[in-house]
Structure formats: C-alpha cells, structure tokens
Design a protein around this ligand. Structure first.
Ligand code: NAG
Length: 337
C-alpha cells in the first residue's frame, strides 16, 4: 500500500502522560511506561495512582508538570519518572538562569526519593516558542549540574511532525534547524530525544492510504523501504525509523530515541473504538521490547494515557485515550507483561 499519508499529520496537543512500564526480559531496560495526566474530574488521588501503577507492574511514569502531589506519592516508589517543564515556563527558563535554578530547587532537589529519569523542556512546542527550547534546556541542565543533579538528563518532547519526508522512513529529516541544534545538544550531553508518535492520527487522517491493520500492528501489509532495503510491517516502526533517519541526517546518529507518548483512543472519532484501542495498545506493549527494523532492541515507550480525562481540551478523542476509567476499572483489557 502506498503510505505517504503520515507526513503532514496534525497532532493535537496531548496534555496527559502515558508511561506504561513493564519489566523487560533481562529486566535491565524498562520498555513501557504510562503517562499520568490529571485533566479529569474524579481521578484518584496521586497516592492511589502510584499504588495502582505498582499493582499493574508499571515501572515508569511521565507527568506533565511538577505536580507536587505526584512527586510526594512517588517518593520511595522506584518508579522511573519523566517530568515535563510546563510550556508556560519556557520563556522564563530561556532568558533567566535563576528561574531554572529556582525550579530545580523546588521541584527536583526537594524530592530526593523520586527516581527522576529525564526532564522534558516543553511538550509539542510549536511556533516562535520553539526558539526558547534549546536555551531553556541549557539553563536547566546548568541548574541541575549546579545542584549536584547532573545525572538527570534534559530533553524535550517533540511532535512527530518535526519530521519531514517520513515516507519512506529512510528519507526522514528535521524540517527546521532548531531541531538539529537540539539534537546536537542531546548528543553532547548523552540525553535521549523524546518524540510523541501516534499512528492513530496518521491513520484517521488518511485511511484511504493507510490500512487499519498496518496502523494497529496486525498482519497484512508489508512495505519495503527502497532507501535501505528494510521491510516494515507496521506504521509505528516506520514512523520511529523516520526519526532515526532524521537524527542521522542531523549528524547525531548516537542520540537515543524515547517515545514519550503513543496511544489510541477508545471513543470519540474515526477509528476510535475499544476494539481498535486494545489492539493497538496491546500491540505496542508487545512490540516495543523488540525495537524497530533500523534499531532492534528495547525501545523505551510511554503509553498515553493511564486515565480517561474528561476535561481535556481539543477533539473529542482527547478525552478517550485512557487505559483506565477514573474509577480504575479498565477501559479495555490490557496485559502489561
Ligand atoms: C476500527 O475502526 C474502523 C474504522 O476505521 C472500524 O470500521 C472498525 O470496526 C473498528 N474495529 C474495531 C474492532 O472496533
């Protein structure tokens, strides 16, 4: 099938965290985490949420701001954490090193019991604000180092559409220079690039050219990339490998990739159903420990999201990305292991 449809996909702003973590075979690398967003009524208190993650064997979480309740609940939990710096802080962080330093003291240094993994400077930042990302990352990194927390990696969570020419995957490159400079900074600091990857939006935006099976890890479609001879059996791999191609093109093939969000809505729009969501998300969990054709091996991935959030803005589907309902009943059945 011709699959050129996923380059111009517009990704809605997803304000929740999905980080589902399951112990991988060797238990060294956690492939799956789940994002924990709080834009809903009647969500359980953070202390319950952390217990719930642990009861499901989910060992990694992403949160979208320095949420005091979550940070307190996570202390001593051993759950690896990706924490966002809210987009509203970027301007301050970029222009005032003291703002980054104060934020680090208040939200990172104050929680020695939290297993911080990465701090994401901005989530799906667009427009002129993108100019603030790298200076903010640098100031945050300096602030962490000065606080004796230099082991916590600083990154940013990009939208997939920072990639141009994602088909075939080997043609991918960054469509704006600011991403190249960010990639170079990540290469220097040994931090991964975080990207939100949604085959759902590619599929729902172009279902004439993209088959449902290809989008949901089901058999039936194979695509050979003439650029590198690799064969693709699902859209997720093709999207991820186009990001690796872009990192290569930027001269930073050493930068590791983390999928900071991926998921499928169970209601609210085209292709959004319990059946499709469970097929995609189970496929994702089962798939990412093996990696992609270009980069075999565990791919650290954060599912979006733990709960359905009825106060999320945007398209109706935004409210239905949860693996669980606010009362902790499953939205559909999923095995994390
Ligand atoms: C998945 O979505 C398609 C529409 O794209 C729909 O026709 C199909 O019934 C859905 N499958 C399931 C299992 O819900």
């Amino acid at each position: 099938m011709a699959k050129q449809g996923f380059a111009p996909v517009v990704l809605p702003v997803l304000a929740v965290l999905i980080v589902a973590a399951f112990p991988a075979a060797a238990e060294a690398v956690q492939s799956i985490g789940v994002c924990y967003g709080v834009n809903g009524k009647n969500l359980p208190p953070a202390s319950d949420v952390v217990k719930f993650y642990r009861s499901k064997g989910i060992n990694s979480m992403r949160i979208y701001f320095a949420d005091r309740n979550a940070l307190r609940a996570l202390s001593g939990s051993n759950i690896g954490l990706v924490m966002d710096v809210g987009n509203e802080n970027l301007d301050d962080f970029a222009t005032k090193p003291s703002a980054a330093a104060a934020w680090v003291q208040q939200n990172v240094k104050a929680y020695p019991g939290v297993s911080f993994r990465y701090i994401a400077v901005g989530n799906e930042v667009t427009g002129s604000e993108t100019d603030n990302i790298l200076p903010a990352m640098k100031n945050l990194r300096d602030a962490l180092s000065a606080a004796g927390l230099g082991g916590i990696k600083v990154s940013t969570a990009a939208r997939f559409d920072v990639i141009a020419n994602s088909y075939p995957p080997s043609n991918g490159f960054f469509n704006d220079d600011y991403m190249r400079y960010i990639a170079q900074f990540l290469s220097t600091t040994g931090a991964p690039l975080l990207v939100n990857v949604y085959p759902y939006f590619a599929y729902s935006g172009d279902s004439e050219h993209i088959s449902l099976n290809y989008a949901t890890f089901q058999p039936g479609t194979t695509v050979t990339d003439d650029g590198n001879g690799l064969t693709y059996t699902n859209l997720f791999d093709a999207m991820v490998d186009s990001i690796y191609a872009a990192l290569d093109d930027a001269g930073t093939p050493d930068v590791r990739l983390v999928v900071s969000e991926s998921g499928w809505p169970s209601a609210g729009g085209f292709g959004a159903s319990v059946g499709n969501a469970s097929t995609y998300n189970q496929g994702l969990i089962d798939h990412v420990r093996g990696g992609t054709p270009r980069k075999p091996g565990p791919l650290e991935t954060y599912m979006f999201a733990m709960f359905n959030e009825n106060k999320k803005q945007g398209d109706e589907t935004e409210k239905h990305f949860g693996l669980f309902n606010p009362n902790k009943s499953p939205a559909y059945n999923i095995r994390f292991h």
